[in-house]
Ligand binder design. Sequence first.
Ligand code: ADP
Ligand code: MG
Length: 481
Amino acid sequence: MSDLGEKTAAVIQGNIALKEASLKPTPAISALWTQVHNEMRGEFGEAIFRSWLKPLTLQAYYHGTMEISVPTRFMRDWIQTHYAARIEEMCREQNTDIKRIQLVVIQSSTPLEEDTKEEDDVLSDLAQKKANQNRKNAIAEISAPLDSRFRFDTFVVGKSNALAHAAARRVVESDTVPFNPLFIYGGVGLGKTHLMHAIAHTLEEQSPDKVVMYLSAEKFMYQFVRALRANEAMSFKEQFRSVDVLMIDDIQFIAGKESTQEEFFHTFNALVDQNKQIIISADRAPSDLTGIDERLRSRLAWGLVADIQPTSYELRLGILQTKREQLKATIPDSVLEFLALKVTSNIRELEGALNRIVAHSDVANQTITLESTQDVLQDLLRSHDRRITIDEIQRKVAEHYNLRVSDMHSARRARSVARPRQVAMYLSKQLTARSLPEIGRKFGGRDHTTVMHAVRKVEELIDEDAQIAQDVDVVRRALTG
Ligand code: ADP
Ligand code: MG
């Protein structure tokens, strides 16, 4: 025991047998181990090698048993269930005398006088945390980065996305897995990725121990194919099966990619069996995912299927108002209303339009107005032009105010006629791509300054006079609805 006394720098745990000098591995066995250890890189992949296998050290050899040390109990258990059998095989391929490998825990860090139960627990706790961190790091290499702006508190909720939002919140607020999988679908640019990142951010904050993996289906496929080529399919499988929450974005991408689907299907089932949360997004409902195997499609619809509908005017306006606050920019309400009306395709484009006018006003050092907005966004607006005509606007305004359409062109200046005419000019400016002189011509050959005055006047009145604001709103809806 005197020999051991000098080695108290090593904390010895579990069932490690303290070997005498005669059990020291022979040079041949040591060389064999070095070779097998190196081969593990190729066999299991770099990430797994670094997280798990690198610290494996040959300690002793006796009667066909290779004794290999690992630094923590947690790692021993993990390696035992996941890699030990294969490592044993690899050794046997080199030398048939080798019957088995035995994993023992040797912590070489802190010297301890006495190995009390309590200290043991603390250490293994620390070790577990560290191993978990290793696992997290390995996963982080595969996971796609999260956009820091995509959070729950920056997500504006409206009727069209309320269900998907509520479901996403349930996932982070619930102690158990509320539904598996959560399947979110909707058109491009409507907030699917935003919601998924919001879930990931929240989980990371509230349960840092959880291993959350987020990636696009495209990246999943890429990783899978790469793993196959590099002979790392095993490690690929294990990494995906060791996560607590798996999120795959844009699953429609693997349509027609059969082996990727097959792999995903098995991963999916393995995680569901372990009661791990899965979240999937797609651009369409599970039943419409053509090119995806029927088995997988029906699995995808097992849990909660939540759709995101196209946006409404109110939601678009709400998002723009939120963005305006975030950007701390001075933007008149009329501009936001204009954008909410005109850019209806999706939220990404809506944000893009707002960013463009803000950037332009910064560079040009100009305040943002309706006119400048129309200028800057000319190309975009042309493609989104809903082809509302000035004639149509005049008809609707006349109808609303119980006037004749001819009153829109006439020279009558009574307020009961002039005000509606101004509203019609304002809406013409807002809803069509016509220039001020063009609008003027359509209103009985009026000058462009008259139109400009009308636009400003109505803008002012909308702020001051609830009746006018409502009139404008009603007519606008009638035209764009
Ligand atoms: P998808 O993944 O559905 O194609 P994204 O999640 O990438 O769409 O959303 C596109 C853009 O719109 C992102 O910048 C996102 O932050 C924004 N966005 C989408 N929905 C909302 C919402 N409800 N509130 C605020 N921003 C949103
Ligand atoms: Mg997306």
